[in-house]
Structure formats: C-alpha cells, structure tokens
Design a protein around this ligand. Structure first.
Ligand SMILES: *Cc1c(COP(=O)(O)O)cnc(C)c1O
Length: 369
C-alpha cells in the first residue's frame, strides 16, 4: 500500500469558493487590519458561538497568551500537563508559574478532586483543557474558582463547535481560546479566537493584539504585540464555516466506525460517552492497556507505520517533562497523566478520511490481537 494516511488532514472548501472569496481583496486592496473579511468572519462566529465578546487572532496560541495578559495576574496557574505545550508557554510567557493538576481516567480532563489541594495564596487562575473535545467538569471547576476567587480560562483548541448543556463551551469560564489552525476542526489556515466574559476587556484585548494601541486613536496604553488575523486567512474561515456542519458529520461517521470496530476488544480503551455534550469528533484517541492483552501502544504505532499509517502519540511526552518545565522545578504529581501519556495513540481522524480506510486501520490493529 503506497497511500500514506496521516493523523489528520485539513478540511478545505471547494477551491472555486475560496478563490471567489479572496477575489474581493483585489478590489478592496485591504489585506489586514480588521477589514471586511475579518469583520464578516467575526460576525459569523459571534452568531455561531452566541456571543458578542470575541476577537480573532493570528493563532490560537496568541489568543490565549494575550487573553491571559489582559487579566494582569501574578502567581500560579493550575493547569494540566496532558496538553500541547502551547498551553504552558502561554502561562510562562506571562511570567506566571504553571502548577500541574492530574487528569481523570474517564475522559483525560482535569481531575476536579485534585484541584483544591494545589491552591495556595499565590494561585490566581485555573486553566483546564477540553482535551480531544472532551468537555471538562465546567460546573465543579467554576464552583472551586468561586470559592477561592480564581479566574477560569479554558483552552478549547479542540472544542470548536461543541455545546455543553445546549450552550457553546465558551459560555463557561472567564475566557475561552479556540484554535483555527489547519489541523483543527475549523480552520483559517492559522488563526484563533478568544471569547471573554467581561465586556470591559474589549479595548484592552483588541489593543494588545495591535501594538498596545487603542484602535483608530493615537493612544498607546498597553504593552502589546502584533497578532492580527489577515483578510486572506479570514476568507478561508468564511468558507470553512459554511461547510462546518458537513465536516462534523463526516468526522462523526469516521469516529462511529472506529467505535463499532474497536469497542469490544479487551485492552482497548476508548471514550465514547459524552454526557450533555454536542461533540465535534475532533480526535480519536485510544489507550492501549497492555495488561489485558499484551498489546502495547508501541506495537500498534509500529505496525500502523509499516502500513504507511501515521498515528500520533498525543500527548507524549507530558508537558511537565519538557526542559522548559524541568529546568524550573515545576512539581507535577500526575500519575494518571503519566499512565495515559505512555499508552495513548491518536488514530487518523479527519473529515475526508474514507470509512473504508477506517476499517482497514482497525483490521491492522485487530491483527495484533
Ligand atoms: C493547537 C493547540 C493550541 C495552539 O493553537 P494554535 O492555533 O496552533 O496556536 C493550544 N492548545 C492546544 C491543546 C492545541 O491543540
């Protein structure tokens, strides 16, 4: 088999649609600076996410880093080690110290029973991740934050399009970051969004995104950066948003096929129950528990690789094990995160993946059992 299958592949609109959308730019000659495409996309997302408080950025990482900076906090942020390093860098680049809370074994989100023991007088915020689109225990996290006067900031890089109890996930917490990177369920090639609760932050977040200026004035009150989303990127978002529901349905078929094929195999753990959630099928993580079958993650990874199928070990290594953390003596008592990180494999999952290919991938995995 020559065909290579990667863990993901970007969802793209028909070429003609995108060309037509960017064609307007040749007329307007506006390429960035919250132009008409930016505004159209922002309005579309306001509608879709049922909020008037959203800004778009050049990446999800910038959205998160700038969102945190707008809160002007000092001290410690309780977060998870079972995430992409971006989450941790956004904390560190704001001069804050991450404190790692373990995850639960049911859905790999922050274990809410382990948060309070980590709270000190220095704690300023909790930053959980809706990892793989699995929604955190948002109610319990909010009540812990309320009890201790902490901010709650969600990394929802994996959760665009999801509802929890019929509300967009970004309705929960003080701020939520979405990533619109090419590999995410909804993409603007590179890009990201920040949804925030406190309308008073509007001017500040917008300003930090653009050199610390107050837009359309001569005032520069903030320390800022440049993290604008361009018109070319916004145009991709406009097209992809139109097709988003189709993309999710295609992903759903992929994920349901995996579940059907793999659910009854001892030693294969999948998360298939998402109570109260409209799920976005963003990833298909499998945890291989070798004690039930003798089949390890490494065996599956290697076997699939031999067939040109490139699954990924998201998230291995854990963030706490990267030099940027170990050199800062950041303590991480995270046994469940370690257990999962050493056994998890994300199987290929994207809207254009054929169901027949999913069955073939499952056949290869099953041949090891
Ligand atoms: C992708 C991702 C980010 C960063 O988003 P970018 O848009 O690539 O900057 C942050 N956190 C998590 C969990 C991610 O998967």
């Amino acid at each position: 088999m020559d065909k290579k299958i990667y863990v993901t592949q970007p969802s793209l609109p028909p070429k003609e649609e995108y060309f037509e959308e960017i064609g307007d730019i040749w007329e307007s000659r506006i390429m960035t600076h919250q132009g008409p495409k930016y505004t159209q996309l922002e309005n579309g997302l306001k509608d879709y996410l049922q909020t008037s408080n959203i800004f778009l950025f050049s990446s999800g990482h910038q959205a998160l880093e700038i969102g945190i900076s707008a809160l002007e906090m000092t001290g410690e942020v309780i977060t998870t080690s079972f995430t992409f390093i971006s989450t941790i860098q956004a904390i560190l680049r704001n001069g804050l110290r991450p404190v790692f809370c373990d995850i639960n074994f049911d859905d790999y989100t922050m274990d809410v029973t382990k948060i309070e023991v980590l709270i000190t007088e220095k704690t300023c915020a909790i930053l959980p991740v809706h990892v793989y689109g699995n929604v955190c225990n948002v109610e319990e996290i909010q009540s812990i934050a309320d009890r201790h006067g902490l901010k709650v900031i969600y990394d929802a890089a994996h959760s665009f399009g999801e509802l929890y109890k019929n509300r967009p996930v970004s309705d929960y917490g003080d701020m939520t970051m979405y990533s619109f990177h090419a590999t995410k369920v909804f993409n603007t090639v590179e890009g990201g969004g920040l949804v925030y609760k406190d309308s008073e932050l509007k001017q500040k977040v917008e300003g930090i995104r653009q050199f610390g200026q107050i837009l359309f004035t001569d005032e520069v009150p903030y320390i800022g950066t440049n993290a604008k989303l361009t018109e070319v990127h916004a145009a991709m978002g406009i097209c992809n948003l139109k097709h988003f529901d189709e993309y999710i349905l295609l992903r759903k078929a992929v994920v349901e096929t995996y579940i059907e094929e793999l659910k009854d195999i001892p030693g294969i753990k999948i998360v298939s129950n998402h109570p109260n959630t409209k799920f976005n099928y963003s990833y298909f993580p499998v945890v291989f528990e070798e004690k039930y079958s003798g089949v390890t993650r490494e065996m599956v990874f290697k076997k699939l690789g031999e067939e040109s199928i490139y699954a990924r070990k998201y998230f291995y290594p854990l963030c706490c094990d990267f030099e940027v953390c170990t050199s800062r003596n950041i303590i991480a008592d995270v046994p469940v995160s370690r257990h999962v990180s050493e056994r998890v494999l994300c199987l290929p999952c994207y809207s254009d993946l054929a169901v027949d290919d999913v069955r073939r991938i499952c056949g290869i995995i099953k041949s090891l059992y």
